[in-house]
Design a protein around this ligand. Structure first.
Ligand code: HEC
Ligand code: HEC
Length: 295
């Protein structure tokens, strides 16, 4: 934080402790001990009594404790505290301890192929935990995804599901590029090719005349990535367009929007955060979520 904020925080914290102490002094001695103060409510009357001694000293002790704490740990603005403790340091220490504890277990699983690992309940339990703390923010607690985030349980793979592809997705991340076609095709072209996409997906509300025009555009502009049959290509992360599974919504407007403006979904790389062993385990967990998997 800036110097000014730091001074503000430091002065504020110390002033609050001092004010607390002064307030205590004021209540330690009273002028009319045992006499009514005049506050009366529901037949209950307040008498003018000092704070009980034990209470006073508990407060004083807590102030001293507070001062000690503020000297030892960071709390007074930019002052780092005498202990040198930081939350990042604590986290790193915890992580290192965990690595030492679980490392051998992870290493053991590293030699088990993903297909086999995905059938082991103990490994899947670990995988589930890794998934919960790293992946659910985007893919959801049940891994069913959402708008722009793929469902990982439907057996449908944009980037492929063999061991290498799956691990590469997790370790290196993926960056999808669906270019925008609005300028190339114009509104009419976007409408036509979108109608063709609807037709590919088996939608009965697709306009056949527009779709026929759209098919030509598709051959020219789209087949390179989505494939001549529009079944997708994992190499480019181009999804299959012939089924009912949509990453960016299935309405006519959603599809036109995708075609006109393009999309670029990004799966972050987890190599740094997880390392190869945990990535291996979470890959097996993802595999275990597929329909027809042994689990
Ligand atoms: C910041 C959000 C985010 C997080 C966190 C995240 N993902 Fe992803 N993931 C994505 C997006 C977006 C895609 C799709 C990229 C695209 O558009 O093709 C994706 C794609 C994938 C795919 C490929 C799906 C396919 O059909 O090929 C897998 C597998 C995957 N993620 C697994 C994971 C795992 C395992 C984790 C946790 C270790 C994780 N993801 C964490 C956003 C995320
Ligand atoms: C350079 C390769 C490339 C070309 C060319 C391309 N696409 Fe795509 N398309 C992609 C990728 C990659 C995605 C996935 C985007 C993402 O995951 O963010 C995608 C996604 C889509 C989607 C969304 C699918 C979903 O599940 O929501 C539609 C629809 C689509 N493309 C249609 C088209 C049409 C129509 C054309 C031709 C006008 C076209 N694409 C040309 C690569 C391409």
């Amino acid at each position: 934080m800036s110097e000014v904020v730091s001074i503000f925080v430091t002065v504020g914290v110390l002033a609050a402790l001092l004010a607390f102490f002064l307030l205590l002094q004021m209540n330690r001695k009273v002028n009319n001990e045992g006499k009514p103060t005049g506050h009366k409510y529901d037949g209950i009357e307040e008498l003018d009594n000092p704070l009980p001694a034990w209470w006073y000293w508990v407060f004083v002790a807590s102030i001293i404790y507070g001062l000690g704490y503020l000297a030892y740990y960071p709390g007074l603005g930019n002052f780092a505290g005498l202990s040198g403790w930081t939350s990042v340091g604590q986290l790193e220490e915890d992580e290192q301890n965990a690595d030492e504890r679980y490392g051998p277990m992870f290493a053991k699983y590293m030699n088990t192929p993903i297909a086999e690992l995905s059938t082991l309940p103990a490994a899947n339990k670990m995988g589930q935990r890794i998934f919960a703390s790293n992946c659910t923010v985007c893919h959801g607690a049940t891994a069913k995804g959402g708008f722009g985030f793929p469902n990982l349980t439907d057996g449908e793979w944009i980037w492929g599901n063999d061991d290498e592809q799956l691990k590469s997705t997790i370790l290196n991340g993926r960056m999808a590029v669906m270019p925008p076609w609005g300028e190339v095709l114009g509104d009419k072209g976007v409408a036509e090719v979108s109608e063709y996409v609807l037709q590919l997906a088996g939608r009965t509300d697709a306009d056949p005349a527009l779709a026929a025009e759209g098919e030509k555009h598709f051959g020219t502009y789209c087949a390179v990535c989505h494939g001549p049959q529009a079944k997708g290509q994992t190499m480019f992360g181009a999804p299959n367009l012939t089924n009912e599974r949509w990453l960016y919504g299935n309405s006519r407007l959603n599809i036109q929007d995708t075609v006109r403006n393009g999309r670029s979904g990004q799966m972050p790389a987890f190599e740094q955060k997880l390392g190869p062993e945990k990535a291996h385990i979470v890959a097996a967990y993802v595999r275990s979520l597929q329909p027809g998997s042994a689990k």
